[in-house]
Design a protein around this ligand. Structure first.
Ligand code: NAP
Length: 474
């Protein structure tokens, strides 16, 4: 038989999760393997993962990366099976019947728990659910966010916290020009939130956000942006660290925050305040059992064994008014059925992308990981490019060493029949392109990039031309 990966004997690869990590993996495989056939599986009918469901609606430019992904998907060797979920419609054993190699690139779909009293109160939410809701992710479309209170506290100083703060503070008329979900736009138009406080447990030199995102606050119309001078003044340990390891992102962040401390109240209706060196202790409830405040403790910094600076409580408490509390302390990966998982790190057990057996820590033949489910929820969309390359280098090395899974049914058609039997409503890439067209057309009529469909049943009905489901007498 001819060599695997040649025209007469193409390498068959399944990629689970059609987000940036999956697409960059596909791109590298197409570049590096002479003949490869790639099938994407995604639990949603729509591709692009966090580019569609995570990137903030007022960051439309970032979303243009989908053009690159579209070109990859247009390659004849690539197919898309949307609305097909691992663990529900098929399992790892099924995949191993059809593919030489399987790549898991399912991202980090949940959030890290905060674990403070009162977290369960009405008005206390996670950034993950809020982001999913305003971006029209089908899983979160039914969530309700009570925005009738005046003040919101956001815990964490990463870029997601800044996204949440901007969406809360930005003029809804500006959001109306984006692809924000209609239900969120409506709720934000009625929002009474006027005070947004963003809380970092360490100092400004340790903040996780990036300068471009911090700078956007200075450009928000109708919003006063402030910071507390004593919290921006660096402590001696941070000063030393900054001098020892100069970092342009940190120094620019410090300049911006310093400028924010000098912002006099501009008389605007909305205000965003950056706070540092405070850790959340408890969400305080009102008599009605809703969030009314966030108790925090002031911190100082001390060296940790890892060499970084960590926050240590000073025992001095403060309560910040907060009708809404958003925990934005990072995402967390969700285990996939039948795939070894490192619970501590929230990632698939792997080395450089090769999935490992839990006991022996030897690679499982033909199984790989890429993206956040491989390395954890850090980095921007572009970080997935080198990450995908690392995984593909292992895949190619294993292919060259003859170390691949040996599927019983490597023919392309076999998968299509199998998927159609398990999930007749699966979305092909052509189906997605039709949905994309519908969304764009609806947007055009309203001067928006698109109006997102958020209900999977409606997507199926529109794309597959099904009649509406009859309800009662209609
Ligand atoms: P992140 O960057 O990891 O930030 C998490 C924040 O939560 C940190 O400030 C962290 O502080 C804090 N935190 C963690 N545990 C805490 C606790 N128990 N109490 C208080 N604070 C706590 O996570 P993210 O914001 O979810 O972003 C994930 C990734 O996506 C990042 O790489 C981010 O840059 C990227 N992203 C990029 C963009 C963009 O480019 N525009 C937009 C969104 C997201 P410590 O540092 O002290 O742990």
């Amino acid at each position: 038989m001819s060599e695997l990966g040649s025209t007469t004997h193409p390498l068959r690869v399944a990629i689970i999760g059609a987000g940036p990590a999956g697409f960059y993996t596909a791109a590298e495989l197409l570049k590096r393997v002479p003949a490869v056939e790639i099938d994407f599986f995604d639990r949603l009918p729509t591709p692009y993962g966090l580019v569609r469901a995570g990137v903030a609606p007022d960051h439309q430019k970032i979303k243009s990366v989908t053009r690159v992904f579209e070109r990859i998907a247009a390659d004849e060797a690539v197919r898309f099976f949307g609305s097909v979920e691992l663990g529900r419609h098929l399992d790892v054993a099924d995949l191993r019947r059809f593919y030489h190699q399987i790549v898991y690139s399912t991202g980090a779909q949940t959030d890290r728990p905060l674990g403070i009293p009162g977290e369960e109160l009405a008005g206390s939410y996670t950034a993950t659910e809020f982001v999913g809701w305003y971006n029209g992710h089908p899983d979160f479309r039914q969530r309700q966010f009570d925005l009738s209170g005046r003040s919101a506290a956001i815990i964490g100083v990463g870029n997601v916290a800044l996204d949440v703060a901007r969406v809360l503070a930005r003029d809804p008329d500006e959001l109306a020009q984006t692809d924000i979900a209609d239900h969120a736009l409506e709720a934000l138009r009625r929002s009474q939130v006027r005070e947004v406080v963003i809380l970092g447990r360490r100092g400004p030199a340790q903040a996780a956000f990036t300068t471009a995102e911090l700078k956007e606050f200075s450009e928000l119309a109708g919003v006063d942006v402030t910071a507390v001078p004593e919290e921006i003044d660096l402590d001696p340990l941070s000063k030393e660290a900054v001098a020892q390891f100069p970092d342009r992102n940190i120094s620019r962040n410090l300049e911006l925050l310093e400028a924010y401390t000098r912002n006099a109240a501009g008389g605007h209706e909305r205000r965003v305040t950056f706070r540092f060196l405070v850790s959340p202790v408890a969400v305080i409830g009102s008599d009605g059992g809703r969030a009314a405040g966030l108790k925090v403790v002031r911190n100082r910094l001390e060296p940790s064994p890892s060499g970084s600076l960590r926050a240590v409580s000073t025992g001095e408490f403060e309560t910040i008014p907060a009708d809404l509390v958003f925990s934005s302390i990072g995402y967390r990966g969700v285990p996939l059925p039948g795939v070894p998982f490192n619970e501590r790190w929230g990632v698939i057990l792997n080395e450089k992308g090769r999935v490992l057996e839990p006991g022996s820590l030897t690679p499982i033949t033909g199984e790989y990981a890429a993206g956040w489910i491989k390395r954890g929820p850090v980095g921007v969309i572009g970080t997935n490019k080198p990450d995908a390359l690392e995984t593909v280098v292992q895949m190619v090395a294993d292919l060259e060493a003859g170390c691949t899974n040996e599927p019983e049914r490597p023919e392309r058609e076999a998968v299509e029949d199998f998927v159609a039997a398990r999930q007749p409503d699966y979305f092909s890439f052509a189906d997605w392109l039709r949905l994309d067209e519908i969304e764009r057309q609806r947007g055009e009529a309203r001067g928006r990039p698109r109006v997102k469909l958020t209900d999977v049943d409606e997507m199926v009905r529109l794309v597959k031309n099904r009649p509406p489901i009859s309800r009662g007498n209609d």
